[in-house]
Design a protein around this ligand. Structure first.
Ligand code: EPZ
Length: 426
């Protein structure tokens, strides 16, 4: 499967944002703590969700996808304490089941998750938190185990405000004896969402969204229903699609508060934006070129690293030179090699990329290196003269519910091609 994109079509219309990938995956993992079956709503139809469902099933839980984009998860049948190896390799977020399994069963074992195209992905801070709570950590032959008869609340300070470590420690501490105070915690909105879900189960957590989270252990948790927040990275991707292709769109189901870093930067480039209560309207007249501006990606509420590639696609066509400092994943510029082949002027030196805007790009055959880099190449192809053929669609489908289909509804000329012969024959 690949994407065929014919560029230079300005976009216009309305697009509805789906549930947040990086909230859904964590709440799915946290549902292992529930005392019964949980219904989760607003779950995006993306392959990472399917992978997380496979992880939970591999542990013995049941996961049923319902017609209405909700899923039912019943953890009562959990009889394995090791996530399936192939899922851990495929998706790093599989390790988010460690906290819940350790909390509920006192043991978890997993393969060390691999790095990926955006750089090394250590889990030392996750393990430091588990150990501080009283777990015995063992590492042998590429596997890691954590064991504890009873976790005890304590004070933990994170060296780096890691999103995953914050979430894994938060879930591990839910059933611990006493109070855990987590300092230098990550402040991402998805962590607030997970806190809200856990408190609906009966946990006692305060402070998510700030750098200090307090978790008072409880004896057991019950079941609940929960609706996931909208995906701030998908919303940002569509705002930048308009920046690149020109035109205007109303992007709805947006928590505008989550977009403040990007909105401020887009205003610096000359984009027109109207902030509604649960939508944004973005516009760029086709004949108006954006002005270059600089960004440095940081943990929330700084400029999100997951929006850096898509922003660079927009800056590759801006007037002037942009300095992009990648402050979270230093190797997250791989996609710029393909962008350069389209005619962009980008030089990368470690965590710094210098982008000199060009008046236009040309469509060519491309390969997506990873999820957000792939999204950036799709956006760039919207402004490419001629036809772009993009391979590596599996990366994009991991984190976006039908990005091509939603762009087509906005007027883009974009379609999936190369459907496997046997499927066409059928
Ligand atoms: C989450 O990854 C997101 N993934 C990422 O989104 C996002 O880019 C990242 O947070 C930062 O916002 C999910 O939520 C599934 P981190 P995570 O732990 O938790 C270092 C996407 O495109 N670190 O906050 O893995 C690490 O090396 C994905 O949707 C340690 O040193 O990110 C990195 O430099 C990509 N030790 C920094 O912290 C640790 O134990 C931030 O990583 C853990 C992390």
């Amino acid at each position: 499967m690949r994407l065929k994109i014919t560029g230079l079509n300005p976009l216009s219309g309305l697009v509805k944002i789906g549930g947040a990938k990086n909230a859904a995956l964590k709440v799915m993992a946290a549902s292992l703590l529930a005392g019964g079956s949980c219904r989760l709503m607003g779950i995006p139809k993306i392959t990472d969700v399917n992978t997380m469902a496979d992880v939970l099933r591999g542990l013995g839980a049941t996961v049923d996808f319902q017609q209405d984009s909700s899923i039912l998860i019943d953890p009562s049948g959990v009889n394995k304490l090791e996530p399936p190896e192939e899922s851990v390799i495929k998706m790093r977020a599989s390790i988010q089941v460690m906290g819940p399994l350790l909390a509920r069963f006192g043991y978890v074992r997993t393969r060390q998750p691999g790095g990926c195209d955006i750089g090394p992905r250590p889990i030392d801070l996750h393990l430091k938190g588990f150990s501080a709570l009283g777990a015995e950590i063992k590492k042998e032959h590429g596997y890691i185990s954590a064991k504890a008869s009873k976790l005890k609340g304590t004070e933990i300070l994170l060296d780096v405000p890691s999103v995953g470590a914050t979430e894994n420690i938060m879930t591990a501490a839910c059933l611990a004896e006493g109070i855990t105070v987590l300092r230098n915690a990550a402040r991402e909105p998805e962590i607030i969402d997970e806190q809200n879900f856990l408190n609906r189960l009966g946990a006692n957590i305060k402070g998510a969204g700030t750098d200090t989270i307090k978790i008072e252990g409880v004896r057991e948790l019950k079941a609940t229903e929960y609706t996931i927040i909208p995906d701030r990275i998908e919303a940002a991707t569509f705002m930048l699609a308009i920046a690149v292709a020109g035109g205007e769109a109303l992007i709805e189901n947006v928590i505008v508060e989550h977009q403040q870093a990007l909105i401020a930067k887009l205003r610096e480039t000359g984009m027109e934006l109207i902030e509604g209560d649960n939508y944004v309207i973005v516009g760029r007249p086709v004949e108006k070129r954006l002005k270059a501006t600089n960004i440095r990606t940081l943990p929330y509420p700084g400029f999100p690293t997951d929006v850096q590639p898509q922003f660079v696609a927009a800056m590759s066509l801006a007037e002037g030179t942009s300095e992009i400092i990648e402050g979270v994943f230093p190797l997250r510029f791989k996609y710029t090699e393909e962008l350069t082949r389209m005619g962009a002027k980008a030089t990368v030196d470690g965590k710094l990329a210098i982008i000199t805007g060009v008046p236009g790009l040309h469509g060519i055959k491309l390969e997506a290196p990873d999820l957000r880099g792939g999204a950036a190449l799709v956006l760039a192809a919207l402004a490419g003269e001629g036809v772009t053929e993009l391979k590596g669609l599996k990366h994009i489908d991991r984190g976006y519910e039908d990005l091509p289909g939603k762009l087509r509804l906005l007027g883009a000329s974009i379609e999936r091609t190369g459907i496997r012969k046997e499927l066409q024959a059928g």
